[in-house]
Design a protein around this ligand. Structure first.
Ligand SMILES: [Zn+2]
Length: 164
């Protein structure tokens, strides 16, 4: 599983790129980046949930990766977004699109970093399709590279805007 910081950074960088090049700043207010970044951590809510569960039941069951890391939640938030979209509640629709995207990126990243247990929860299909290339050991380096590239992008983009 990827670092918490990676989950936040990657989603913010990707959404920011979409904001720059696809949607435009007016249609994609900055707060959506914040919501997306937080949603990028969403599936790991099962870490504090495990603490609470273990505290209350004095069991040693680890909930991490058991159900919040399921594509079900991505589709659930996407469904809410589509519903709001149809009802023309555009601001809320965007918020739920972004939550769905952030949640989805978490699953993608965890998969790229070695996989986890139940991608298809509540169904019990195998989740063994994630590549095992051991990039987990370079997690901190990857964070640094992403951050530096993004800072360079921001600087260059700002310059371009200044010149126009
Ligand atoms: Zn995770």
């Amino acid at each position: 599983m990827a670092n918490s910081v990676t989950h936040v950074i990657v989603v913010i960088v990707l959404l920011d790129l979409f904001r720059h090049y696809v949607f435009g700043k007016k249609k994609f207010p900055r707060y959506l980046l914040v919501i997306g970044g937080i949603a990028g951590l969403g599936p790991d809510i099962d870490v504090p949930l495990t603490w609470i569960y273990q505290f209350l039941t004095s069991s040693t069951t680890d909930l991490h990766g058991l159900f919040t890391h399921s594509i079900f939640f991505v589709l659930f938030f996407l469904g809410i977004a589509l519903l709001l979209h149809v009802k023309k509640r555009n601001m809320w629709a965007k918020i739920f699109y972004v939550i769905s995207a952030g949640w989805f990126m978490h699953l993608v990243l965890d998969c790229l970093y070695g996989g986890y247990k139940t991608f298809f929860w509540p169904f019990h299909y195998a989740s063994s399709f994630c590549p095992q290339w051991g990039i987990q050991t370079h997690a901190a380096d990857i964070d640094a590279i992403i951050l530096v590239l993004w800072l360079i992008h921001e600087e260059l983009h700002q310059r371009i805007i200044d010149y126009i």
